[in-house]
Design a protein around this ligand. Sequence first.
Ligand SMILES: [Zn+2]
Length: 273
Amino acid sequence: MTQVFQIGGLELKAFSDGILKTSTDFVLGMEQPQAKSLTRAEDDGAVFIPVNNFLFQKDGATVLIDAGAGDTMQATLGKLPANLAAAGHGVETVTHIVVTHCHGDHINGLVDASGAALFPNAEILVHAQEFDFWMAENTGSESEKVKRQRARNKINLTPYLDRVRRMRDGEVVLGCTPMLAPGHSPGHTCWRIGEGRNAFVAWGDLVHFSDIQIAHPDVAVKYDLDPDLARRSRLRFLDMVAADGLAVAGAHVAAPGLGYLSRRGAGYEFNPA
Ligand SMILES: [Zn+2]
């Protein structure tokens, strides 16, 4: 069943791509017992987090936020296309896809198993800094992780090359404005979407372990390409959305992932919408 919210002058629908199995082993800057306790992890550290996607319609366009993992990662993921179709939003009806960042659980779902575009009519809105980093050729100094991710992202994005809009901070398309929040990836983006004070922020992986990093924003994750930079981005954006009372749409916040932040001690608290 689709959950629908009225936010930012928009009717925002939340969709699940499924559940991602991860581990407290990826937590940086917190002892394992506390990390396991906060995430209610299994004894071996296994943690199951949601992968949330969002969709709205505006001015005749149908805008999807991130594209899920496809069938590339775990059997519990890749549910987004079926969930969209069940709500009457077949992949062919999507006209724009807002990309928060180019990691597998966010954009591997852009293509099918043969590498063809799964969204035949969608234009990609992505921050230029994110797109350019992943589409660049390797110079030889990159980590294996970056090389692997670059190779995969070329599979994901090449079918869309004639319909990618590389955006920069301050540009607006269909009410969507990218705000660079780098660290998790070089061009990781928080998108401000909607009108004025009622806007919401699609924050991608600003927090990855929401049960830890909202209350303890200093904690980073090994998925961050630059954990210190990711930490600074997180502190900056959590402060902004709390101070401005903006709604947030989080990729890995308790499903469906929409809510508001309030300050609590040295960190924040998530209040579902
Ligand atoms: Zn993610």
